[in-house]
Design a protein around this ligand. Structure first.
Ligand SMILES: N[C@@H](CCC(=O)N[C@@H](CS)C(=O)NCC(=O)O)C(=O)O
Length: 215
């Protein structure tokens, strides 16, 4: 498979982890989002949204949106299952995944940060304040749910890695990049540390991808 991504992209990180866990061979082409490569005509022809990831599986059309790609991989590939078989457990795993991927991550993607600064003239520090609020709002929800709901185990849903964990870790690594205080989130931290100890997650880590800063 061939994926268009970026070292820092939370959405591409989720897909990289799934491919590593399932043992899928892939090549990643890294776009420079800060330089606006996602808006070049060649890439817009692949994903008119101007966002990564975009995945090619053989000769088929590009697949976009990380949650849709995760579902596609789950339905078409062998290897480790990343959604529970039980419908209620699966719904909970998806619900936790969507807290991150649908309600948190979209608030701090580059196009939103740029719009806030360029359209409203928001100073960088105020934009970062907005971004940190998005992070902490999402983390508060995850902490509350994961620390109180019976479904939580070693990972978000029981003791098996699921889409919820791929999303959780994609948010968690951003806390380091954007300097978010993680002390209020001990349950999220416990699960994140268990995930980071997995080779498939460690190899997919943003800071281990081409183009990433040394730390
Ligand atoms: N909901 C999409 C988000 C895709 C997305 O916004 N990706 C970011 C990187 S994490 C991006 O390419 N942003 C480009 C921009 O905002 O200009 C997904 O889960 O795939």
């Amino acid at each position: 498979m061939k994926m268009y991504g970026n070292w820092r992209s939370a959405a591409a990180f989720r897909v990289r982890i799934a491919m590593n866990l399932k043992g899928i061979a892939y090549e990643e082409i890294f776009l420079d989002l800060d330089a606006g490569e996602q808006f070049k005509p060649d890439f817009l022809a692949i994903n008119p949204q101007g966002a990564v990831p975009a995945l090619f599986d053989g000769d088929g059309p590009p697949l976009t949106q990380s949650l849709a790609i995760l579902d596609y991989l789950e339905e078409t590939q062998g290897g480790m299952k990343l959604l529970p078989a039980d419908p209620r457990e699966r719904a909970r795993a998806r619900s936790l995944a969507q807290v991150v991927a649908c309600d948190t991550h979209p608030l701090y993607v580059p196009r939103v940060r740029t719009f806030l600064m360029e359209h409203y003239g928001l100073p960088r520090e105020k934009m970062l304040d907005f971004l940190r609020n998005a992070f902490t709002t999402g983390l508060n929800v995850l902490e509350k749910r994961l620390s109180t709901e019976a479904g939580t185990g070693r990972y978000c849903q029981g003791d098996a890695v699921s889409h919820a964990d791929l999303c959780l870790i994609s948010l968690w690594v951003g806390t380091g990049i954007f300097g978010i205080d993680t002390a209020p989130y001990p349950t999220v931290k416990r699960i994140a540390e268990a995930l980071l100890a997995l080779d498939a997650v460690a190899r997919a880590h943003p800071l281990r991808q081409p183009g990433a800063p040394a730390q």
